[in-house]
Design a protein around this ligand. Sequence first.
Ligand SMILES: NC(=O)c1ccc[n+]([C@@H]2O[C@H](COP(=O)([O-])OP(=O)(O)OC[C@H]3O[C@@H](n4cnc5c(N)ncnc54)[C@H](O)[C@@H]3O)[C@@H](O)[C@H]2O)c1
Length: 270
Amino acid sequence: MKTVLITGAAGGIGTRLRSLLKGVYPRLILSDREPAANLGADEEFIQADLSDMAQVTALLDGVDGVIHLGGRSIEDEWEVIHAANIVGCHNLFEAARLNGTKRVVFASSNHAIGFYPRHRRITVDDKVRPDSRYGVSKAFGEALGSFYAEKFGLGVLSIRIGNIDDYPVDERRLSIWVSPRDLVQLIRIGLEHPDLRYQIVWGASDNARAWWDNEPAYRLGYRPEDRAEDHRDRALAAEAERTPNAVADYFQGGDFCAIDFDGPHPDQVA
Ligand SMILES: NC(=O)c1ccc[n+]([C@@H]2O[C@H](COP(=O)([O-])OP(=O)(O)OC[C@H]3O[C@@H](n4cnc5c(N)ncnc54)[C@H](O)[C@@H]3O)[C@@H](O)[C@H]2O)c1
C-alpha cells in the first residue's frame, strides 16, 4: 500500500486515524465533504462529496487502498441515508474498480444486525437483521463489498464496528466496545493481509461479554490488545444512571432499535 485514502476523515473515527496512521503508509490522503479541523502542514486533504460520482472518481485516482468511513453515521431520513450511504457507497466501490484500487476497508456497523436479541451469540454467517435505515445501508455496503470482490477481484474487509471510544461508556458497550488501536489493527489487516478477498469481521476488542464470534478476524491474525472488562466498574456506574428502555435493552442494537419501534413485544422475539 503506497497511497491510502480515508473518506469521512473529518469525522470522529477519521480524526483519530489521522494521528494513528501517520507515517504508516508513504502517502495518506484525507477526504470529507466538510473541511477537516486542525490540518497539519504535512497532511493532504481533498474535499469531495461521495454522492457525486465525478468527484469520487477523481478522488480515487492513484489510490491503492481506501478506508471508507464517509457517510451518515446515525439513523436519519431515507433521503439522507440514500445519498450518503447507498449512492455514496456505490460511487466509492465503482470508482475503486475504475481506478484499479486494490483494497477497500468498509466501516460497517453492528446496526446491520441490531435486531438480534442480546442472549444470542452470533457469527458473521448469521443473516443480517438491520435495526434502522442506517443499518440497512450498512448491510447494502457489505453486499456491495462482496460483489466487487467476487466480480472484479477487489480485496474487501467489512468491519462491523461495535462502538469505538477510549473506554466502554455503559453496559451495552462492555459487549461491543473497540479501542482505537484495536480498530487500527483490523484496518491494517484489511489493507495489508495478502490472502484477503472478501471478509466480514467484528470491530470489537477482547470483550468477555461479547455477543459475537470473531473467529474470522483471529484467523486473519487479529490479536486485540484491549479488554472492555478492564473498564467494567466505570461502565456499570454509568449504566446505573441510564433510563431503562425495554426495547433498547433487549436487542443488540440498543437505542437504534427503539426508534419508531412498533413491533412485537421484545420477549417474543427469537
Ligand atoms: N463511531 C462508531 O462507534 C461507529 C460504529 C459503527 C460504525 N461506524 C461507522 O464508521 C464510520 C465513521 O464513523 P464516525 O463515528 O467517525 O462518524 P462521523 O459522523 O463522525 O463521520 C462521518 C464523516 O462522513 C462525512 N460525510 C457524510 N456524508 C458525506 C458525503 N456525502 N460525502 C463525503 N463525506 C461525507 C461527514 O462529514 C463526517 O465527517 C461511519 O461510516 C459510521 O457509520 C462508526
